[in-house]
Design a protein. Structure first.
Length: 141
C-alpha cells in the first residue's frame, strides 16, 4: 500500500471542515464514506460522484449531475441544473488543489511513525483554511 488517501469535507467557502482517516490507496471511496461518522445536519446537501453510487444518508439531499440518455439530448432544465452543480463542484475542486499546493501531500510521505501522515494532511488543510480566511474578496466565516 504505497498510496495513502484521506477524504476532505469542504464548506461553502471551500474551507476544510472535516478530514477522514488516512486509508490505503486500494480502499474504495464508498467504503471510506460508510465507515466515517456522518457530520451532516438534516437538510444539508452532499455532492456525490460516481465513486459514491448507492451511498445515502438519512435526511441529507444527494446532489449528483444527470447523465445524458444514450442517443438523446438532455432537456434544458437538466442542463442548467448540471451547470449549477458544476460551478459549485469546481470551487470544491479548487479547494482540493489548494491543499495539494503543499507538495508534501502530493508526494509519497516516508514518515513511518503512526499518525504522521494524517498529521501532515491536517496541517496542510489548516494552511489552506488560513489562506482562505486571508483572501480579501471572500467574507470571513
Amino acid at each position: 500500500m504505497n498510496k495513502r488517501e484521506a477524504r476532505r469535507l469542504a464548506g461553502v467557502h471551500t474551507r476544510s471542515l472535516l478530514m477522514s482517516c488516512t486509508n490505503g490507496g486500494r480502499v474504495h471511496d464508498k467504503r471510506i464514506a460508510e465507515t466515517t461518522p456522518s457530520p451532516w445536519p438534516a437538510g444539508s446537501g452532499l455532492f456525490q460522484d460516481l465513486g459514491f453510487l448507492a451511498f445515502t444518508l438519512p435526511q441529507v439531499d444527494i446532489l449528483m449531475p444527470t447523465t445524458k440518455p444514450r442517443g438523446q439530448e438532455l432537456p434544458l432544465e437538466e442542463k442548467l441544473a448540471n451547470q449549477a452543480l458544476h460551478h459549485r463542484r469546481r470551487r470544491i475542486e479548487h479547494g482540493n488543489s489548494s491543499v495539494k499546493r503543499c507538495r508534501i501531500v502530493k508526494d509519497r510521505i516516508r514518515l513511518g511513525k503512526q499518525g504522521s501522515r494524517a498529521l501532515v494532511m491536517g496541517l496542510c488543510c489548516a494552511l489552506h483554511n488560513f489562506r482562505v480566511r486571508l483572501t480579501p474578496w471572500q467574507p470571513m466565516v
